[in-house]
Design a protein around this ligand. Sequence first.
Ligand SMILES: [Zn+2]
Length: 438
Amino acid sequence: MKLKPKIGLEIHLQLKTAHKMFCRCPLPSKDAAPNSVICPICLGYPGILPQLNREAIEKGIRLAQALGAKIASRIRFDRKNYFYPDLPKNYQISQKGAPLAEGGEVLVDYLSFDKKRSESFKVTLNHLHLEEDTGKMIHEGGPSAGSPQLGSGQAGRPATLIDFNRAGVPLLEIVTEPIIASAQEARLFVKELQRVARALRVSEASMEEGGLRVDANVSISRGQEAGSTKLGAKVEIKNLNSLVALKKALEYEIKRQTGLIKKGEKIIQETRGWDQKESKTYGQRTKEYSADYRYFPEPDLPEIVLSPLPSALHPLPVLPGTLRRKALKKGLRAAKVYMLEDLGRLEKFLQKTRRKGIDIDQVASSLLSPRPGKTYFKTLPSDIGEIIQQVLAENPQQVYNFKQGEKGKLNFLVAQVLKKIPSADPREIRKKIEEAID
Ligand SMILES: [Zn+2]
């Protein structure tokens, strides 16, 4: 019996707008004091009226367009009712019946295992909808995020603090069809989505700062192409907040469910969390169904009619996939295409090689390698945090030894990062690794 995982993702992307989704509070900066960027609206006081943020709708449309989704002509907001300490209104304004856009398709390119070719796969989208973010709970002195137990606060008592700065930040939720075939594909898809969102300047899409969070659902089916039979119930893993966590949690969950099926045991439809420290998923609650949320149209916001804009008014920038394919077509080796992309220099490469008769390899090398006596690239790639997290996850022993006082291990870790981004400034990387381990 060949068993195949089917993965669907829900990506919550914070949109970069001047104000929150339904009030005039600015978006909180990283270092804003807790509960300092709030007002009666985002705190959900009784009697408040939401004021719709036009910019969030426009940015959502832009991303939906770039992902090939069909923008709705009329959209509506709905109340999703549930109780949670970080949701003071007891409902979240979201979209259920008439979302922003439906369908869409993302072509994800990646460097083949032998690093010789560029390969790709497609992910189809179900829909995209807008909603507001919730507040953030901080388990004080606690173990790793996502761990089921609480930590100890003052006087040794377990304590959970709530910061409402994030409440009301605009979110675009991107929901894929359950067709992703592996943990690695899921990771590559999210990475591509990050690149597209950044190219469009609609979001920082930083997983480190919580600007992009992923829920993943996994089910296992028998691997016949036509009419594959579903064997297991759908299990959802909530709040995966790094690419490493996403990949590891999915790998663990696929193994767990496959093992249960092989033993003839039943898989329960439930929501699970990811325990980073223990590297495993754990049961949180049996899954809610849509009816449990008693969705109904938000009475304080009218239905919105979106008139189609002439595309000339909002030309999309050249998307990352187009840049890659252009560079490949010029004959640049696939490995170099991806290296240049990671450094954010692919567009520069294409500009410099526009004229005929230019030695493309020379241009690529000059963009990739630091010249003697010259400075290194000062700007690290935007996903440097994730690259470092990946290196740390791949080298737990060295990290442990470093923490135990073997300061020399830091050089080893810097070297591992430099392998992935050859011409970055080692001093900058050193600083970033020290911050990450702290
Ligand atoms: Zn507010």
